[in-house]
Design a protein around this ligand. Sequence first.
Ligand SMILES: [Zn+2]
Length: 636
Amino acid sequence: RKRQAPSQTEKQFIRYYYVTKAANNSEILQMTVEFRLVFSIDCLTLICQTGILQTVTTQLLIRIRFEESLFITFFAPAMSSGGNGGSSNNNLTTLQIPPTTTVSSQPQSSTWSKPGDVSFTQGISNSSEPTKPSETKTESTSSVQSFTSLFPSKISIQIDQMLNHLQEFQNIADASGGTRATGTQGFNATLDYITTYLTQNTNFKVDKRFLKVNAFRVLGSPKLILFINNAQTNFIYGFHFYAMTHSSSANFSSPVRLIKVPNFGCSDADWLAVSSPPANGSVALVQRGNCTFEEKSLLATKYNVAGLLLYNGGTPPDRLEPFQAAVSENSIYPALTLSYQAGMTLVKATSNPSANASVLINFDVQYQSLIGVNNICADTPGGNPKTTIIIGSHSDSVQEGPGINDNGSGSAANLVLAVNLARLFRTSEYKEYPNRVRFCWWAAEEGKEVGSKDYVKKAKNSTIIGERLQDVLVNLNFDMLGSPNYKFGIYDYRTTTYTTGASALPGSKRLSELFRDWFINQELPWSWTDLDARSDYVPFLAEGIAVGGLFGGAERQKTKDEHDCYAEVLGQGQGGIVHTSYDPCYHQACDTIENINTFAYQRMVQAAAYTLEYLGKQKDLKTWLYSSPQTKEFES
Ligand SMILES: [Zn+2]
């Protein structure tokens, strides 16, 4: 049955379709598809022809209905304007295609199928002869076929190119105490490698941009002891708790009263609700969640605590361990993160006033000024510097390991993209882009995106054309592209937060869709991943610059649904491991070259290449990214 399209979205009418559940609940159900459409929700993709009445099985319908519930959550504002809630209790269930460009209605895709156009993603790297598009693209009058032919099966970005770089990063780490963390010998060698490789293999302008980094270090073995009246409980550093970055030192000579801040400690009301004793002068116990660590820590400063203990919430299952996090810079109180178990022990202690719960905290921290810390950026020689595309990935690892997935994978991807692009520009068939591309390797991401933030801060103050923030139209971020139990994670513009500059939204939306359409066209599964402020896009997004990118997953776990989706698309046995982290070696010594899923990694970099080329070739990139009205409703 046809649903009346809201008048303002008349053009999107083809994006609606309907599933009618058989009244008798029989096994056979009917799906009517009107017009041709390409429909995908997460990994499920249906490509249907005009007017075909398809009979689908109960199993398929169940999946559609399941996906639909996610979908309605995501797109509730758009649904409400149509006046149909799509309730799954109705026999007639309406699904709305995401309010996006389906590929069939995307005029931009024509830039891909121009005859004689050499493609960035098409056979240039390993041979001096670029593959001619006519060799791989099939001309066809069928809309479905012409749609798939935009993506040639022969693609030049090959895994060996990236693995060569990863092996170099591994060698560097092996020779440098197993790490490439900012300020270490391994980090400096990484920067040297990147700089030398770019200088030798491209004609790009390569720049080392110094930045001042004060490294935060925790010294010795921190102590946290709980006193309930006279009984003591000792917690173990690294198992029950961590010191937070920017914590002060703690030298308690006697136990200090412990208080629990209700809810999540995200508002003044939460903190004022603590009365006897008040937060002032006490150690505050606060549950993780609902607002940023920064916000919690600023409230802790405001209420003059003697210490802040942030405990993990227990659910989902990745919220059991103590975690790495930072309080606001130069906090004047000690701050720790706690495991869920340790948190519960302390919560229980505070729930009984006669227990007089108090804690003793002792440890020292140190700030050490690091030398030789640089962002590296390499610019294409052509392209308008006033319409710059920044392709970013961080060059540092954590102290604990060599960081081959996090983020050797992104760093190597960036190198491969830069060098392949430089080669393409040297061929006569491939024109320089109208937009300048600036490839950047950010330092000190693991210290709260220090390098990318430094870049944005300096750009804000610059008056040099090409260096100003207004010259940056978009930031693509690639961080962790080869996770072993991967997802094809695409940054989801809908998960931007209140700190996002509103102007970033239309472009970020288009980028989410652009990546998604590539995975659909490659017949690959894919997942949305949150812009949860965990990588170098943060400062760009905050300034209202459109961002997009890919993320293969870190410590969080693959769900059964995601596994099943991936297995359905890729084949049985190819869905990964359920209830296991996307990267079980995240931030650990085992994040070595063995930790890379080469299949996923290659595809991720190919998706990156596609997006880079698409943006690079846009004649009016600014309009493409910034012309649409704001599309996201913010929750109050
Ligand atoms: Zn990373």
